[in-house]
Design a protein around this ligand. Structure first.
Ligand SMILES: Cc1ncc(COP(=O)(O)O)c(C=O)c1O
Length: 355
């Protein structure tokens, strides 16, 4: 069709979605870092209840903000909700619109949507390579120029599972000019066990630091699409203004509240992750495969030059993992830590294929 579309839009790649095969027909889904277990019973009951309310526009945003605020010891005005943290990423880009400053800094590799969304909203993206598979905050600082408006950090980092630590972040943030927004995406923050993980809430009063979190991972609500952002109240209110009035559906709102209330569920999920992480470490070690120790619910492992074809062979056995070619790491795959039986099925298939 002969229609004039902006070149910047034409050049945006499609988001690399994993194929959505159901859980029920024998697929092992270890490609998208989802929670391998169903949501908590409290969540399922709340969803059933909420179904009767779908004739009305969604309510309950304030109640959910209050629950989040209580959990973190902050005020409800310091929370904005989003249709997944993907929408929060968009809100940050929309609210930060600036006549001259159109620069976004991200790491390379990084979660794909930072650069896709930045391009949609007309920003220029500067990528800063990792050092030894870790984010180097000094390099990020060096990349700042007169046009920089937003820095997207992700801690732990998808796809490596590595973190930057409290002292590194403290050093970094004190030198960042106050008109640059630092978005710290902690989508996998619940899984972290390292005690030096930054307490990012400490920074939100004195710096334009925005912390992104989601119910898609540890809380098992990826399909409902709900995430949130915490920051200083006036900054949060600007984000809120850029949001569609009812972007979060009524089922997601009640499900998220119920999810927060069920601490035993979260504990069990984190225990599974820790135990199964150890299973993977042992198995990769026995196969002499290099892996990156992870603070998240996925592991990046170096398979070698056959990584892509091995991913395809696994797919033929109904096992989905992510080949990292699109992240500039063609010798690697990223595997989500699943349920014990899923992890075992993946490892057995991998061993068979490699040998
Ligand atoms: C680092 C990171 N941020 C954000 C998201 C998106 O999360 P949500 O489902 O809340 O939109 C993902 C999803 O994989 C992710 O890996």
């Amino acid at each position: 069709m002969n229609i004039d579309i902006d070149r910047g839009i034409k050049e945006i790649p499609h988001y690399p979605k994993a194929l959505a095969y159901g859980d029920s027909d024998g697929w092992v889904r270890l490609a998208s870092n989802e929670n391998p277990y169903p949501p908590s019973k409290a969540v399922l009951e709340a969803i059933l209840d909420a179904l009767f309310g779908i004739t009305r526009y969604p309510g309950g945003e304030f109640e959910l903000k209050q629950s989040i605020a209580k959990k973190f010891g902050i005020k409800a005005e310091q929370v904005v909700l989003g249709d997944g943290s993907d929408e929060v990423i968009e809100m940050i880009l929309k609210a930060s619109r600036h006549k001259e400053k159109k620069g976004v800094i991200i790491t390379e590799p990084a979660f794909a949507f930072y650069s896709i969304a930045s391009k949609i909203y007309g920003y220029n993206v500067k990528m800063v390579p990792l050092k030894n598979m870790k984010v180097d905050l000094d390099d990020i600082k060096d990349a700042i120029d007169a046009n920089t408006r937003i820095i997207f950090l992700n801690n732990p980092l998808n796809p490596t599972g590595t973190i930057f630590k409290e002292n590194e972040f403290e050093d970094f943030i004190k030198d960042i000019p106050s008109n640059i927004i630092v978005a710290v995406d902690e989508a996998y923050g619940e899984f972290v066990t390292d005690r030096d993980f930054p307490q990012s809430l400490r920074y939100i009063d004195d710096h334009p630091v925005l912390i992104l979190k989601t119910f898609s991972k540890a809380y098992a609500l990826a399909g409902l699409r709900i995430g949130y952002c915490i920051g200083e109240a006036s900054l949060i209110s600007y984000l809120e203004r850029t949001r569609q009035p009812f972007s979060i559906n009524s089922i997601a709102l009640v499900a998220a509240r119920a999810a927060l209330s069920d601490e035993d569920y979260l504990k069990a999920i984190l225990e599974n992750n820790t135990r199964e992480k150890a299973f993977y470490y042992r198995a990769f070690h026995n196969l002499s495969l290099e892996y990156i120790p992870t603070e998240a619910n996925f592991i990046l492992v170096k398979i070698g030059k056959d990584a892509e074809s091995i991913t395809k062979r696994l797919f033929e056995e109904k096992i989905l993992v992510r080949w990292m070619g699109a992240y500039g790491l063609p010798e690697y795959i990223r595997v989500t830590i699943g349920r014990p039986e899923e992890n075992k099925r993946f490892m057995e298939a991998l061993i068979r294929i490699i040998k």
